[in-house]
Design a protein around this ligand. Sequence first.
Ligand code: UDP
Ligand code: MG
Length: 258
Amino acid sequence: SRCFEKGKRRWNTIKSISVVIPVFNEEKSVPILYSRLKFVLNKLKIRYEIIFVDDGSTDKTLVNLKSITNKDSNVKIVSFLKNLGKAEAYAAGFNQATGDYILTMDGDLQDAPEDIPLFIRKSKEKRYDLICGWKKSKHKGNLINQILSKLFNKILTLFSGIKFHDFNCPYRLMKKEAAKQLNIYGGLYRYIPILLYLEGYTNICEMPIRNSKRRYGKSKYRFSKFYSGLFDLITVIFIKNYLKKPLHFFGTIGFFCL
Ligand code: UDP
Ligand code: MG
């Protein structure tokens, strides 16, 4: 048992992380985010890389990123010619990542880099596949949006069995192999915890983090995307469960019609 304990402790130490940050027109946030990240990551004493995915920005985001990578070899840029969306940005970032663990966060300073040590500390509890942030006190604008988002999370809990309050929180730490296995597009990035769970990565948890107001630039959040993302999710579940036995789905409907 002592051996096991030793082994366990070794497993629980994260050796390297890749921080993946999608950015679309965040010229003002990027330099501040970078310097705050550097400060926090340097103190952690683990190997790290920061991967900025420029999602076709039309402002000075890319220029600012390049001036960072000129001086810092721990920073990588992936750049899209046009705006492809956050899921594609994640996928490209995960593809480049080399760390044991991948940490995703937004590039608009709404996720505080100073919370990274919380994730690292949490990961020492056990070998989580995914640690998902939970914005306990949200700055999500109007009341209707807040109610809808609460309702949405409740529905997702009911349907997936995962007791999360904030499925959509972009601040997440996950095993590299788990992230690389994801095949996300469109609105699917919102359902990463569920998609991982369906793949068998069931060792997941939620952890309260702080949430700041957006300081610069504009939010690209649109509620209509939420619905299209919901259809994406239904598609994935259908493909996973019924692609090889469609009659189990259509047959049931047909049987009752008959
Ligand atoms: N983002 C992106 N591509 C897009 C839209 C957004 O890479 O098409 C990035 C954006 O720069 C930010 C993060 O995704 O770093 C979250 O976007 P936003 O703040 O607009 O979403 P909200 O926080 O309002 O939900
Ligand atoms: Mg934001």
